[in-house]
Design a binder for this molecule. Structure first.
Ligand SMILES: [Zn+2]
Length: 352
C-alpha cells in the first residue's frame, strides 16, 4: 500500500468509517475505527498491491460483493483501489455514502465497478459541448468531464451520482427522470437550499417531485436506480389503466423533449398533463388537493411560456418554496412539518 493510500485511510478513519483491508498475513478483516487508527499509528499496516488485488478479486468474484460489509465498505474499497483519483476527489466521493445508504435499490456490483475505474478530467469545452453544460458523465468510457468548476463541487457530485447509478438499463430512463432525480439528490444531500433548485434542471425536479407524490418516493427511487420504467408504469396502473399510464409517461417525456429542443412546451400537452394528473389524484385520494403537487404544478405550468426560466424564478420569489424532503433520511428527520416557506427571495438574489 503506497503513501497516498495511507493518507486515504487516515482521512476516512477520521470520518468514522469501518474499513475492510487485507493484512500482510493475508487475512481479510473488517476493522473498526480505533483498531485501524492504532495500526496506522504503530505503522504496522503493510498491504502489498498483490494482496490488495487478491482482496478485491475475492470480494468481486466469490462473494458477489456480499462481503462488502456495508455501503461504506463499498465506496471505500472502490476509491482506494482507483488509481485515477486525487485525494480531494476521493474525499468528495466518500461523502456520497449517505445517498447509497438510504437507497436499498442500488446495484452495488455496478456501483463498485464504476467507481473503481472512474476517471475525472478537468477540461475545456470543445465545440460539441454547449455553454450551459458544466459537466458530463460518459458511461462508455466511465469518465467525468468537468468544464466549469464550482465552489461546492455540486457539478462534480451530480456527475458522480450518475456514475454510481448508471447501469446497462439506465439508457431507457427518460432524461427528465434521470436528471431530475440526480439533481434532487444533490439538493437534498449536499446543498444549503435542499428544497429549491438554483441552477440545474428545476423543472425536471418539479416533475420528479410530482411523481413522488403520485406513486411514492420509493417507487421513483427504485425506477431511477434500476433503470426499469415498468416499475413506475405498473404502480401508476393501480390507479389508471395500462394504456393511460403508458400514454401519460410518453406525454411527460415529450413535454421535456420539446422543452429541451424548442425551449417551451405545447399548450395542449400541458393541458392534457394537468387534466390527467388531476384525475389521478382524484381517483387515488378522492381529492385533487395535494399541497406539494399544487405547488410543483404551478412551477411546471411556466413551461408553456416563452421564458420559462425567468418565470420559474419569479414564481419562487413571489411564492416561496415548498419545504418537503423526498429521499434523504437525515433531511426527513430534520424537517418535521411540510409547508410552503414564504420568506425565500435571497436564493435568486444574484441571478436577477
Ligand atoms: Zn446530469
Amino acid at each position: 500500500m503506497n503513501k497516498e493510500n495511507f493518507k486515504t485511510i487516515r482521512n476516512i478513519i477520521l470520518t468514522g468509517a469501518a474499513v475492510t483491508i487485507i493484512t500482510n498475513s493475508g487475512i481479510k478483516m473488517v476493522l473498526n475505527r480505533d483498531y485501524v487508527h492504532n495500526i496506522y499509528n504503530s505503522k504496522n499496516l503493510k498491504v502489498s498491491e498483490l494482496e490488495k488485488e487478491e482482496l478485491f478479486k475475492m470480494l468481486e468474484e466469490e462473494s458477489g460483493l456480499e462481503n462488502l460489509n456495508d455501503e461504506r465498505d463499498l465506496i471505500l474499497t472502490a476509491v482506494i483501489d482507483n488509481p485515477n483519483l486525487t485525494e480531494e476527489e476521493k474525499q468528495i466521493i466518500y461523502k456520497l455514502v449517505d445517498i447509497i445508504e438510504d437507497n436499498p435499490y442500488i446495484n452495488k456490483k455496478t456501483a463498485y465497478a464504476n467507481l473503481k475505474n472512474l476517471d475525472i478530467q478537468h477540461v475545456d469545452r470543445d465545440e460539441n459541448v454547449s455553454d450551459d453544460i458544466n459537466g458530463e458523465y460518459l458511461p462508455i468510457s466511465n469518465e467525468i468531464n468537468i468544464y466549469a468548476e464550482d465552489d461546492d463541487h455540486s457539478v462534480l457530485i451530480h456527475e458522480i451520482i450518475h456514475c454510481i447509478f448508471t447501469n446497462s438499463h439506465s439508457y431507457v430512463l427518460p432524461r427528465y427522470l434521470s436528471e431530475g432525480t440526480t439533481e434532487l439528490l444533490v439538493d437534498e444531500y449536499f446543498t444549503d437550499t435542499p428544497f429549491v433548485e438554483e441552477n440545474c434542471y428545476p423543472y425536471e425536479i418539479a416533475m420528479v417531485k410530482i411523481l413522488c407524490e403520485m406513486v411514492g418516493p420509493d417507487i421513483v427511487l427504485e425506477t431511477y436506480s434500476t433503470g426499469d420504467m415498468s416499475i413506475l408504469c405498473n404502480k401508476l396502473t393501480e390507479v389508471m389503466d395500462e394504456d393511460s399510464a403508458k400514454s401519460y409517461l410518453d406525454l411527460l417525456n415529450k413535454m421535456f423533449e420539446d422543452y429541451n429542443s424548442e425551449g417551451k412546451v405545447v399548450f395542449e400537452d400541458m393541458s392534457t398533463f394537468l387534466a390527467t394528473t388531476n384525475d389521478y389524484f382524484k381517483a387515488k385520494n378522492g381529492d385533487v388537493r395535494n399541497e406539494a403537487y399544487e405547488y410543483n404544478k404551478e412551477l411546471l405550468i411556466n413551461l408553456k411560456n416563452k421564458y420559462p426560466t425567468n418565470d420559474y424564478i419569479y414564481y419562487v420569489i413571489e411564492n416561496g418554496y415548498y419545504k418537503k424532503p423526498y429521499f434523504s433520511t437525515k433531511l426527513k428527520q430534520d424537517t418535521k412539518k411540510y409547508y410552503l416557506e414564504k420568506e425565500k427571495s435571497s436564493v435568486f438574489e444574484n441571478i436577477l
